[in-house]
Every structure is written in structure tokens, then in C-alpha cells.
Design a protein around this ligand. Structure first.
Ligand code: ADP
Ligand code: 5GP
Length: 225
């Protein structure tokens, strides 16, 4: 099955929805445990919520090619290691990635066949309430996250990037919507390898390239082939 990439501003409820999925379907979904240079919040467990590492170790592992993607988010480095995704898919589970917009763009560029969903807040005021209500960030970190949220929100309108945008107003409704997205874009779509992608879309790409070449030749020859 294709991995599911879940994107959205900090405090919107991504972690809450992911926890609901894992609670209801513990054998079906596995979380890709990212690396981060930020410190753990109370209750966060190393190796479960994140792999908490220092900047030097993270930069070394990035240089050694261990990461599928990484990004500087809210003044820290976050990244998805190849090993994190592999450990979920090896267990036969659907891999859930909770990553930021930059990370999602990089995963898409990597060619990994995945589904993408953006979780949006009902309003920026409500996002701020949730971020502050969670009580995990100091004031300057809250302000930084809110500032970044405004940029991240623009990403949901990029045509064709996301398979779905879900507004997390009522959490149960958002969860139902997420399960529908999974049915449509994950359950019914086995992951394609690079070879399979080439077999499926290669002939179409070749056809388009030929048509462009012929049109260019006709144009250059003043209307003759
Ligand atoms: P994220 O993982 O996107 O940073 P969280 O899942 O940690 O966000 O949620 C941030 C806060 O908002 C948490 O306190 C959570 O309980 C709360 N929350 C999540 N969804 C909703 C919702 N639909 N309505 C109200 N509060 C919510
Ligand atoms: P938090 O510090 O609140 O756990 O996460 C902050 C932001 O970092 C969130 O938007 C989250 O999705 C993002 N994030 C978490 N892990 C990764 C990762 O591995 N890669 C990227 N690019 N972003 C991540």
C-alpha cells in the first residue's frame, strides 16, 4: 500500500488524527518515526514520537545519505530516514508520515508513490487557540509556529499537489473524512515501484514526446513534415 503523507500547520491536529488511526487499526498503520533536533516535550518518548538527536549527528547522517527528506522547520531540523519508512513497510503496514510542506515536496520529488493530505484549521484564531491550549511551546515558539502556519496554509491551494484537503473543525468528522481519503487513495491503490511507474506511464510520456518532436519539425519546416 502507498504511504500516506499528512501535512498541515503545527497545532492543527495531525498527531491527534494519526493517534486515532493507530488506536483503531493498530495492525494496519505504522508511524514513520522522524528524527528531530528539537528537545522532547513532556510525555514524548525517544524512538516512539521522534528520534531525538543533536544537530551534529543529524547533519552527519544527512551527509551520509540516510534521509529520504529533511527540512529546517521552526528553527530545528526534522527528517525522515529511509530506515524509518522501511521499518513500517517491512512490517506490512501502511506508513504514515507527519511532515511539513517542504518535506512533502521533497518526498514527491523523490518519486515515492504516496498519497498526500493537507489538514487545515477552521480558522487561524482556532489554530492559535489549539497551539496555546496544547501548552507545549514557549511564547516565542508559538509565535514562530503561527508565522510559519500562514505560509504553510498557501500550500493547500497548489493545484494537484494534495489528494485531499480536510478541515479539522469537529475532530470526529475530520477523522471520518481522513478514513474516506485512505479508502480512496491508499487502500485501493497498491504502491507502484519505479519499474511499474515506467511501465504504466512510460508509453504515454514517449507518445507525448514524439508528438512534440513532430510538431516542432513541422513548425521548423514551415508546415511540412
Ligand atoms: P499537530 O500534531 O498538528 O501539531 P495536535 O494533534 O498536537 O496537532 O493538536 C493540537 C491541539 O489541538 C491538541 O491539544 C489537540 O488535543 C487539539 N485538537 C486537535 N483536533 C482538535 C479539534 N478538532 N478541535 C479542538 N481541538 C483539537
Ligand atoms: P513538532 O515540533 O510540532 O512535532 O513538529 C513541527 C513540524 O515539523 C510539523 O509540521 C511536523 O509535521 C514537521 N515534521 C515532523 N517530522 C518531520 C520530518 O521528518 N520531516 C519534515 N520535513 N517535517 C517534519
Amino acid at each position: 500500500m502507498r504511504p500516506l503523507v499528512i501535512v498541515g500547520p503545527s497545532g492543527v491536529g495531525k498527531g491527534t488524527l494519526i493517534a486515532m488511526l493507530q488506536r483503531e487499526f493498530p495492525d494496519k498503520f505504522g508511524f514513520s518515526v522522524s528524527h528531530t533536533t528539537r528537545g522532547p516535550r513532556p510525555g514524548e518518548v525517544n524512538g516512539v514520537h521522534y528520534n531525538f538527536v543533536d544537530k551534529q549527528a543529524m547533519e552527519r547522517d544527512i551527509a551520509n545519505g540516510k534521509f529520504l527528506e529533511h527540512a529546517h522547520v521552526h528553527q530545528n531540523i526534522y527528517g525522515t530516514s529511509f530506515a524509518a519508512v522501511k521499518s513500517v513497510t517491512k512490517a506490512g503496514k501502511i506508513c504514515l508520515l507527519d511532515i511539513d510542506v517542504q518535506g512533502a515536496e521533497l518526498v514527491k520529488k523523490s518519486g515515492m508513490d504516496a498519497a498526500y493530505v493537507f489538514i487545515a484549521p477552521p480558522s487561524m484564531e482556532e489554530l492559535e487557540r489549539r497551539l496555546r491550549g496544547r501548552g507545549t511551546e514557549a511564547e516565542d515558539a508559538v509565535l514562530k509556529r503561527l508565522e510559519n502556519a500562514r505560509t504553510e496554509m498557501k500550500s493547500k491551494d497548489v493545484a494537484g499537489f494534495y489528494d485531499a484537503v480536510i478541515v479539522n473543525d469537529d475532530v470526529d468528522k475530520a477523522y471520518m473524512a481522513l478514513k474516506e481519503v485512505i479508502e480512496r487513495h491508499v487502500d485501493s491503490r497498491p504502491a507502484l515501484s519505479t519499474d511499474q511507474l515506467l511501465t504504466r506511464y512510460g508509453p504515454v510520456a514517449f507518445g507525448i514526446a514524439c508528438a512534440i518532436a513532430i510538431a516542432a519539425r513541422v513548425f521548423m519546416n514551415g508546415g511540412k513534415l
